[in-house]
Ligand binder design. Structure first.
Ligand code: URA
Ligand code: SF4
Length: 225
């Protein structure tokens, strides 16, 4: 198969989607990863946060954002005034993509390809359809591209409310155009882009980058009705 769609059950709730995703073979990434890392949170969540791909810890534990990046994200959410119960966290790609280094001891995260993001997108769209959030927060360029298309740039689009394109166009150039033009025919949910928490951890100016992330998340918090 070329993508996840044959594995996505219709009319499933989040638990049903998560169970089905455990058996996904929609792209080659399942082969080397330990397990599928599905999204986590309440179906009533008003904010969905989208990361890139699980990290080493997430792959081992089977839960998103439980490693260092997740701890930073939790802290930033709290500071921005987004309640944990209001936040559903997930990734654009549900299996850990990595290379092995240090004589097989270390597994280093790799950025998923556009093809892998497209293959995994049916899971993300199914999560968004069930939750129907008020705001979607994209964490970094990969998540941004997965939802807003290949022309997405964090630096240009972060920290403001972007219209959310209709689901059938998400991840396409048409979606990118709809956002650029503020297309009125977009869905009611809105998107806020910010940096990826792992980029904050790697930064030479961690404090400034972290403060910028909190500021962006405050834009999302203020948009909640
Ligand atoms: N980075 C991500 O993008 N997602 C995770 O779940 C963990 C780290
Ligand atoms: Fe399926 Fe996504 Fe995993 Fe690929 S990365 S096997 S599409 S769940």
């Amino acid at each position: 198969s070329h993508d996840a769609s044959p594995y996505v059950p219709e009319h499933a709730d989040l638990a049903g989607l998560s169970r089905a995703a455990a058996g996904c073979r929609g792209c080659p990434l399942y082969a080397d990863a330990t397990q599928t890392v599905f999204g986590e949170g309440e179906p009533s969540a008003r904010v969905v946060l989208v990361g890139e791909t699980p990290g080493d810890q997430e792959d081992r534990q089977g839960r998103p954002f439980v490693g260092p990046a997740g701890r930073l994200l939790d802290r930033a959410l709290e500071e921005a005034g987004i309640a944990r119960d209001d936040a559903y966290v997930t990734n654009a790609v549900k299996h850990f993509k990595f290379t092995v280094s240090g004589g097989g001891k270390r597994r280093l995260h790799k950025t998923p390809s556009a093809r892998e993001m497209a293959a995994c997108r049916p899971w993300l769209l199914a999560e968004l359809q069930v939750i129907d959030p008020e705001v979607i927060v994209v964490l970094g360029a990969t998540a941004g591209k997965a939802l807003l298309g290949p022309d997405f740039r964090v630096t240009r689009q972060r920290g403001r409310l972007l219209p959310c394109p209709p689901p059938e166009t998400l991840g396409t150039r048409r979606a990118a155009r709809a956002v650029e033009e503020g297309d009125p025919a977009t869905a009611p949910a809105r998107i806020v882009a910010t940096v990826h928490p792992s980029a904050v951890l790697r930064s030479d100016d961690r404090e400034a980058m972290y403060a910028g992330m909190v500021e962006d998340l405050r834009v999302a918090a203020q948009a909640l009705g």
